[in-house]
Design a protein around this ligand. Sequence first.
Ligand SMILES: *Cc1c(COP(=O)(O)O)cnc(C)c1O
Length: 329
Amino acid sequence: MNYPPRLRLANLPTPLLPLRRLSAELGGPTIWLKRDDLTGSAISGNKSRKLEFSLAEALEQGCDTVLTVGGVQSNHCRATALLCAQLGLRCHLLLFGPEAPPDGNLLLDRLAGARIDFYPADTYTEMKVPILEEWKERYRQQGARPFLIPSGASDAIGLWGYISAAKELAGDFQRLDIEPSHILFATGSGGTHGGLALGKELFGLDAGIEGVIVDEDARYFDAKIHADMRDWAGRYGQALNTDRIGLNLVEGYVGEGYAIASEEVFSLIRKLARTEGVVLDPVYTGKAFLALVDGIRDGRFGDSTDIVFIHTGGIFGLFPQRGQLFGRP
Ligand SMILES: *Cc1c(COP(=O)(O)O)cnc(C)c1O
């Protein structure tokens, strides 16, 4: 595989560890946790894998200013802000949602010295791209060299992060002598899912790749991820017919909406912290892990002996939701 330019920004490989007590309690397959929450400390989670490629491209193009977009508690924006500081790049975040006191990810964005502008949350879908483009043009006119990273770093470039993670997982499985039947994780902008789906094709992974959507719906992600994979094949001259790749998108776990978690999710977050010392978040991993636990309870994984959950990070998103963590008032 010919990889494009890459910066070594994430602590890799991440551990793949069994959740012995929880697996025994549920009575199903052994749950293996791929600890992508350990790609770093403040710069942690799945976005670091993608940003190794996005930011390498920014430097390759001689850019000095990185523009990106997300929710107020975006993990992607926080990782980008800190990595830009590390690389000496200017960072400008466009955050959709009400301006809030510095807490969780937003606190770290501020600490990293990113410039931040807030926009109304309900304009996110239609306005994020035009506003990004508008800022890009403004920077250009000022003589700066802007580089634009889409939400979640989910585009043709960012896909490489989880293509290479698929290779890493294939090595983990070989070393541990396991053949997991399923790999589950949260899908929020689709780059993790698209990268793993491509990696499965490229490296012959046998496991089913299942993204639990935490926003939008399956139709939206099927189109979005296929578009990104097509761009990837075109941009990097790959012969793979990506349209033929089927995507397993698990619905039913968005709940009341993006970043709004039910008491069932908070209860599972408490449970995992107390059973295994692992901290999930209410926006992504808590909802996706609930899908995995439900799947085991419903016998959906049949007679599988091993399944994998990718812990994609997100711990800082827990802090601003402290009010709900120990039961609703
Ligand atoms: C962004 C994010 C996801 C979703 O990954 P995508 O590649 O955007 O689908 C999952 N978990 C956490 C903690 C994230 O920050």
